[in-house]
Ligand binder design. Sequence first.
Ligand code: UDP
Length: 376
Amino acid sequence: MNNVDILIVGAGISGATLAERYASIGKKVVIIEKRDHIAGNCYDFYEENGILTSKYGAHLFHTNDKEVWEYVNQFGEWYPWEHRVVARVDDKTVPIPVNITTVNTLFGTDIKTEEEMTSWLNSSRIHFDKPANGEEAVLNRVGTVLYEKMFKHYTKKQWDKYPAELHASVLERIPVRNNYDDRYFSDEYQALPKEGYTMIFEKMLDHPNITVLLNTDYFDVKEQFEGYEKLFYTGPVDRFFEFKTNLEKLEYRSINFVTEHLDQEYFQENSVVNYPGNEVDFTRIVEYKHFGNQKSAKTTIVKEYTVDHGEPYYPVPNEKNQLIYDKYKAEADKLTDVYFVGRLANYKYFNMDQAFKNALDLFSSLETPNRKDHEA
Ligand code: UDP
């Protein structure tokens, strides 16, 4: 296939953003997507009970970045949605992130003020100047008892590793609060797309310069493309190189989503309920109808079991994988006009807004005239 300026592998956030940007400056773009749909892991659809559901787990958009917020708003309407999560712990239900209510409910304390909560946390925490791993990160924030009850087993189920075997950053994704704030995120902009994420992607890719080839594995068809200016690859970085190097494979975690359609209006009181103990194998149950307060006589729930095999969703951030990744990165850096973008190609545990941001930044660094010279 000739007459392609920009070849993109993957129609998720990174691929769709680059496609949209390049099409806007008159380039002919082809996206090659292995799956039978666009939108990557953001893909959502209306399931049999008429409920907008995500195929690959709940996706909550949140950002402090005004540029990203304005960018996503071009492709559909978003409504404000502050995500909240509760956890079942010791037959009790508590907010996560840990806040005053969490501590009072689990320990029968009567903390009322931020000062009291700060001093409770100070007397519970084990101080680390610079937490070296996930366990130290949690102990440094909340101490041993909450570590055991809320983080240790959940993490083992999610990663098949204990927090000590992971980067501190994994556990530091979740804040600890000294007040009553029970929102999962603290960002300025928190919202969901009114018609779902898939429609946002439809709009991004709805341009005469963009062709999307679904059900197509790049590695099966790559010989058919020649003469393009740039290739953006958003798949797993190790897959790209597997034919050329004998580097070790990177670790990924996948999720086995087990769906149940129930003949009742609601199953649980909240969109997401976490199960941080080891009594059950799943990490959480998502009841999608809560997102946007969707109405339906029936409901659908999805239990999430994190597993080794299957489609790669999460990189596993720790020292060992970082060292392996660095070797792939060195190979990637040797290539000209080939760019590795996004969660799987950069082997980074990005949030959605970071994925948009990286793709937008890459586009402007490549396409703003003299920008690099100017910065240098
Ligand atoms: N985590 C935990 N207990 C919880 C929620 C999260 O131990 O109830 C830990 C766990 O290691 C998890 C990490 O914090 O992988 C990050 O959680 P987040 O909700 O950001 O994960 P995601 O939604 O990306 O799966």
